[in-house]
Design a protein around this ligand. Structure first.
Ligand code: BDP
Length: 659
């Protein structure tokens, strides 16, 4: 057992079962054939007939399933809907559901349900913790790894229909003909699974590849270069999805290099893609080392451009205003641009959550953002509804997440990190699903359906994100990671002459008076970017949710929390609770040994050991360091630190960040 089968552990039906039922279809296209093949091989229930009904267009890529009188019918508006319907049936079968009486209608929450790979052409993966890239560029297009198809199947089984193959810090080389042909080879495999390929484009490509003097989006030569390039791509990949662009961000080139706006840059690409039906995902992850609070910059940059973007541009916005922290409020840009399609970008790879060493189930984090109310159009204007087209019409809706997939046999490094890929796909399909229900179906398909296993593991998963917040950055603390690799704690971190907005002190502001970032009307005034009532709620220390307190306020050490503790005592208790919760996870897991194969049992067991050690490291580092400001004892009922602060400061991890 090496974890490579993910949640797809269907066992082939025997001849006898196969003779009991038929799988009928009225179409012979490749996708419908594939749906039939999956059911022929693994379906143990009643006979199934599948048909495409073009009149059922409201289903988009969704489907209806009706089961009655010993027959099942799947109806969809497009063949891919039948494939998703087939996987729906197999999921029901493997989670022990009744399949004899069904009346299901599923319509996806988003049109484009996308993974972003931060994979470089040398096969390193930026922020990847599961080995080298899956894409063997050196072997493509001639040699095709069997994992390409397995990857596509896993994605299709949860409804993912789009993939960006290369890093947002994009090498221009991806747009050379050599690479286009390699990409085509992958696109040809993915197509059968309903997946379209997209690429990250480097804004300077016309200069670097085309030899033009610049990449100014208002110049005719530059526009023509992109048009020709896009036409060339579509000649080889007729269903190419479009471009993802990181521009004028962290050193990447962009339209502002030529005094142009983000809209000018995005529109130029949108115009080149439009005749082919392609889309531009233009990222809002922009910030500069200025006096302005980093958390405010994307909003300031993009809101004035509302209405300036073509309708095949979608602004791709990270869930939080800083950067995929263990907890952030939602980015206030959501809902602030009424005439511009927006989409959420999540991070599945655990850059800030213990890499592939920590068990952190991310669905609760994803849900927290999707369910957050922006109040942009009255109460109930959640981020989910702002982005899924139900508040403001948009031509196409989308959602993206940075993948955690690599060459490791188990795909994601940690066996439980598979659940984050799975959960993202399920939520992209249906953002109404609960984190707990998704965990449960994942566990049943990946391990076993014994309730003696499912219940405690589901609980452990559901508690895991809050545990990580507690032992890393409770009460709204953020970005106090070690420089560059972002694995361990480094609240003391400071580099002479380094960018302030990359230094932990910029974010925690600890001093003898207290700790936290004052983003109130007296401070950076980031609260003003939120709609009422949030603005007032966040602005007042008494009403600000305590889990975001130090995000919005600089709070005195003796501030009284709702439970009566002082801030300092609460901070100590939170860190300690994080450690104790992970110790509990170890106990839970060890007890479950009889339910799990040896290799996955031991693998997870050893990862939990690392997680527990790291949690203690985080707690000791943060409390000992912050204690130098608070000058207060760690409450005596709590476990004592086992490290010396000076020794912790000397830890240098050999983790290079490939950029
Ligand atoms: C940060 C990562 C960096 C990415 C950047 C981005 O540290 O490696 O390039 O985000 O999203 O989280 O562009």
């Amino acid at each position: 057992e090496d974890g490579s089968r993910l949640w797809l552990r269907y066992t082939a039906v025997d001849d006898h079962t196969a003779r009991q039922r038929t799988i009928n279809l009225q179409h012979s296209d490749a996708i419908t054939q594939l749906a039939k093949k999956e059911l022929d091989s693994y379906w143990r229930g009643p006979s199934v007939s599948m048909h495409v009904d073009r009149k059922a267009a409201h289903l988009k890529e969704g489907y209806q399933i009706k089961a009655e009188k010993g027959r099942i019918e799947i109806c969809a508006a497009a063949p891919v809907g039948l494939l998703y319907g087939a996987y729906h049936l197999l999921r029901l079968q493997h989670t022990g559901a009744d399949v004899h009486s069904l009346n299901v209608e599923e319509i996806p929450s988003y049109d484009i349900r996308m993974l972003n790979h931060w994979d470089n052409l040398d096969r390193t993966v930026e922020r990847g913790y599961a080995g080298y890239s899956l894409w063997r560029w050196n072997e493509l297009p001639g040699k095709l790894s069997p994992r390409y198809e397995q990857y596509a199947r896993a994605n299709a089984s949860i409804g993912i229909n789009a993939t960006v193959l290369n890093n947002v810090n994009a090498s221009p080389e991806i747009l050379t003909l050599d690479y286009i042909l390699k990409v085509k080879a992958l696109a040809d495999i993915f197509r059968k699974y309903g997946i379209r390929v997209y690429l990250s484009a480097n804004f300077s490509s016309p200069k670097v590849l085309g030899g033009l003097v610049d990449a100014d989006p208002m110049r005719k030569e530059v526009k023509d270069w992109w048009k020709n390039k896009v036409n060339e791509i579509y000649r080889h990949i007729p269903d190419f999805g479009g471009f993802l662009v990181k521009a004028n961000s962290e050193g990447q080139p962009g339209p502002q290099d030529y005094g142009r706006t983000h809209a000018d840059g995005a529109n130029m690409l949108a115009d080149a893609l439009r005749p082919h039906g392609g889309t531009v995902m233009w990222r809002a992850f922009v910030y500069n080392p200025t006096q302005e609070d980093r958390a405010k910059q994307a909003f300031q940059e993009f809101v004035p451009l509302d209405g300036d973007f073509r309708d095949n541009v979608i602004i791709q916005i990270k869930n939080g205003p800083i950067d995929f922290q263990p907890r952030e409020p939602f980015t206030p840009l959501f809902g602030a641009m009424r005439r511009t399609p927006q989409m959420v970008e999540f991070q599945i790879t655990q850059e800030y959550l213990g890499f592939s060493n920590h068990l952190v189930y991310l669905a609760p984090l994803f849900k927290e953002t999707l369910d957050a109310d922006t109040y942009c159009s009255g109460a109930g204007s959640t981020v989910a509804r702002v982005t899924d087209g139900s508040i403001w019409r948009q031509k196409k809706t989308a959602i993206a997440a940075v993948a955690n997939i690599g060459e490791d046999r188990n795909w994601t490094g940690h066996d439980f990190a598979q659940a984050n890929w799975y959960a993202y796909g399920r939520l992209a399909w249906n953002h109404q699903l609960s984190a707990s229900a998704i965990a449960e179906e994942w566990i049943m398909q990946t391990f076993t359906d014994s309730s003696g296993f499912v219940k405690p593991v589901r609980q452990m998963m559901m508690d895991s994100r809050e545990a990580a917040v507690n032992y890393m950055m409770p009460l709204g603390l953020h970005h106090i990671f070690a420089f560059n690799h972002h694995y361990g704690p480094e609240p003391w971190g400071d580099i002479q002459g380094g960018r302030p907005d990359w230094m932990p002190w910029y974010y925690h502001n600890a001093d003898t008076a207290g700790i936290g970032f004052d983003r109130t009307t007296n401070g950076s005034n980031a609260v003003s970017q939120y709609n009422e009532p949030l603005r007032s709620v966040f602005n007042d220390r008494q009403t600000c949710p305590e889990n975001l307190l130090l995000w919005f306020h600089h709070v005195p050490w003796d501030h009284q929390m709702k439970n009566g503790r002082t801030l300092w005592a609460e901070l100590c208790n939170r860190y300690d609770l994080g450690v104790q919760t992970v110790r509990e996870f170890q106990k839970v897991w060890d007890r479950l040994e009889p339910f799990v194969d040896k290799s996955r049992f031991e693998h997870v067991q050893s990862k939990l050991k690392i997680q527990t050690k790291d949690a203690v490291w985080w707690r000791d580092a943060c409390l000992l360091y912050f204690q130098t400001f608070s000058q207060l004892p760690i409450p005596y009922e709590l476990e004592r630190p086992i490290h010396e602060l000076e020794a912790l400061k000397k830890i240098k991890l050999d983790m290079k960040h490939h950029n």
